[in-house]
Write a protein that binds this ligand. Structure first.
Ligand code: C5P
Length: 224
């Protein structure tokens, strides 16, 4: 049977903590990749650590959101890192997406749709006049046009996104229970896979408390 896949979000500026996350999440039941975001990559030891990390599926969650030239140059600047996945906000625009895809080579370029911490009210506050579902669908079409390799959306929108985007779908905003922290559009791991997510992104529900126990809880939850 194919293994379920998760990216564990290594959201810390502490190398020791990140090393602990990596060692405690090793298991034979689930395929685990590691996501490094702005906090870790910008920390003092973060980039050097990443440059030495081997034999792991690495997701650099840089969430590029800039003009085409800057996005493109950033990809060139991180080429020494052996990363497998990299994020760019789809709202950077079609031109930036295409320009970045052109130089990303073997790195899978992931388009980030509307952040899972935003709901319809938050979108209205920003000034968008489409609701979450309509915007995510619209952006999934753009990701398809730009030939991106993967998309990030909430697990609640996977079925919708699948109608227009046929490649990998990665979903953060995963919770076992109602403790959603700052996330607004959440689903359980089981629901997320059922909807068709290829990869889940899980941070705090795995990395806070007893990491080994949390991974076992996830395995048990999925086997029920
Ligand atoms: O701790 P939690 O499980 O909420 O972590 C989710 C991770 O996924 C964080 O690292 C966050 O930056 C990232 N993410 C997200 N929503 C997106 C894109 C990325 O939560 N739309």
């Amino acid at each position: 049977m194919k293994k379920n896949k998760i990216f564990v979000a290594c959201d810390s500026a502490n190398i020791l903590k990140v090393k602990r996350i990596i060692s405690k999440t090793q298991n034979s039941k689930i395929k685990v990749g590691y996501k490094f975001g702005l906090e870790f990559i910008n920390s003092k030891g973060g980039r050097p650590f990443l440059s030495k990390l081997k034999n792991k599926t690495i997701f650099a969650d840089l969430k590029l959101h800039d003009i085409p030239n800057t996005c493109e140059s950033t990809v060139k600047a991180i080429k020494d890192l052996k990363i497998n996945y990299l994020t760019i906000h789809i709202s950077s625009g079609l031109e930036a997406l295409k320009a970045t895809k052109k130089v990303s080579g073997k790195i899978k370029l992931i388009g980030v749709t509307i952040l899972t911490s935003l709901d319809n009210k938050a979108l209205k506050d920003i000034g968008f006049n489409k609701n979450v579902k309509k915007l995510v669908l619209h952006q999934a079409r753009m990701a398809n046009k730009a030939k991106l390799d993967a998309i990030v959306c909430s697990a609640q929108e996977v079925k919708l996104v699948k109608k227009v985007f046929k490649k990998e779908i990665i979903t953060p905003g995963i919770r076992f229970n109602s403790k959603s922290n700052d996330q607004k559009r959440v689903l359980t791991p089981k629901q997320a896979y059922k909807n068709g997510s290829d990869w889940l992104v899980m941070g705090r529900p795995i990395t806070k408390g007893n990491i080994k126990k949390n991974i076992q809880n996830l395995i048990d939850h999925l086997s029920k």
